[in-house]
Unconditional design. Structure first.
Length: 225
């Protein structure tokens, strides 16, 4: 009987205690984060490796959200655009719980280059030429604005007088409502719930055992005549 009670208690604890959930990586569930202010895109997890400021109100896809810096990707590999892997400060991003319909700014800019004045024999057909770049973001260095761009297979900077204009992606900003920082911080409440469930399961198992033990009456001794 004791063995049966033990097996029954073991069954109850197995059923009532929830199995721990395996945390899905950011790469598996497609976690995104939006830049709503000055958010730098870094070439490495180092403050000295700044590349450009992300276009405000657009997103990065988060591949790893652990630590001070999170690993991210920006844009996709469909010509003329190219996916760019890098890092952002975790505390500078606002994480969202949805997949945005248009997370990245897809913008190309055309720059006109003019050669020095060649006199009366010069022709615009030979002294001016245009070149189109994929725009990623901008930064200032020594008071000069530079745009981080892609030309063919090469990334680099070009000087500019002003940042290019682009449409703000405000479609989903009402949904984020100030959710900042590492989404892994939401873990403790779930652990607390699991602890409560475990305690309740143990109490229930003990109660059942007590009831079963009380229900079994010892056999009466036969009276000898």
């Amino acid at each position: 009987m004791k063995r049966s009670i033990f097996l029954f208690i073991l069954f109850l604890t197995t059923v009532l205690i929830p199995a721990p959930r395996t945390a899905a990586s950011a790469a598996d569930d497609g976690t995104y984060a939006v830049a709503t202010g000055e958010v730098w895109f870094y070439a490495a997890a180092d403050e000295e490796e700044k590349l450009f400021l992300l276009p405000e109100t657009y997103y990065v896809r988060v591949l790893d959200a652990g630590g001070t810096f999170c690993t991210v990707e920006y844009l996709t590999d469909d010509a003329p655009y190219r996916k760019l892997l890098g890092y952002c400060r975790t505390d500078a991003l606002i994480f969202v719980d949805f997949v945005p319909a248009r997370p990245y700014l897809r913008k190309q800019i055309t720059v006109t280059y003019t050669l020095p004045d060649s006199g009366s024999l010069g022709s615009d057909e030979f002294t001016k030429f245009e070149r189109t770049f994929v725009y990623y973001g901008d930064r200032y260095d020594g008071g000069q604005l530079y745009l981080y761009v892609l030309s063919g297979d090469t990334f680099g900077y070009i000087p500019a007088d002003a940042p290019p204009e682009f449409e703000r992606n405000d479609d989903y900003l009402s949904s984020v409502s100030g959710e900042t920082g590492d989404p892994s911080a939401e873990g403790p409440p779930a652990n607390a719930v699991q602890i409560v469930v475990i305690v309740l399961a143990c109490v229930a198992a003990v109660a059942v055992a007590v009831i079963l033990l009380r229900g079994k009456k010892p056999p009466r001794e036969q009276q000898e005549f």
